[in-house]
Design a protein around this ligand. Structure first.
Ligand code: 5GP
Ligand code: ZN
Length: 137
């Protein structure tokens, strides 16, 4: 547990939260400022700032849990779709620096702005990236 981390305090019960599921490793809570009704957060009980800091086994468990919660959310809300969102570092929109996965229900005609303007993959970028990834373990 890390001092002054709001999600450490929530994940370990020091601050109360609307909890949908919990086990030894995780707490799943409702987001206090939801993008849509049912927006939930998967929080590991242990503090890891982002996905790069997470042990692989716990990361795998977090995404399996997100899949299970998404399936339940679909049944509870009868929504049309689900986004899993996981932000790392400020530039990517991370505001709480304790790893979490957002599970967000979607509806056919909702106006949620989760997306981007599609670009065009240039031949130079394609060749550069394919080569560089061969050299990184
Ligand atoms: P991020 O931008 O870091 O990916 O997402 C952080 C999320 O945590 C936001 O959606 C925000 O609404 C939520 N959040 C921040 N503080 C609290 C809190 O005290 N309680 C709950 N339930 N959610 C919080
Ligand atoms: Zn924390």
């Amino acid at each position: 547990m890390t001092d002054n981390c709001i999600f450490c305090k929530i994940a370990n019960g020091e601050i109360p939260s609307a909890t949908l599921y919990e086990d030894d490793d995780f707490k799943v809570i409702l987001d206090v400022s939801p993008a849509a009704k049912g927006h939930m957060l998967i929080l590991p009980r242990q503090h890891y700032a982002d996905i790069m800091a997470m042990p692989e086994e716990l990361t795998a468990k977090a995404f399996v849990l997100a899949k299970k919660m998404a399936a339940k959310l679909e049944k509870v809300l009868e929504c049309d779709g689900i986004n899993l969102v996981q932000n790392n570092h400020e530039a990517a929109g991370q505001t709480v620096f304790h790893f979490h996965i957002h599970v967000i229900p979607r509806y056919a005609k909702d106006k949620l702005g989760i997306g981007w303007k599609p670009g065009k993959l240039s031949d130079a970028d394609r060749d550069e990236l394919v080569e560089k990834f061969k050299t990184i373990v």
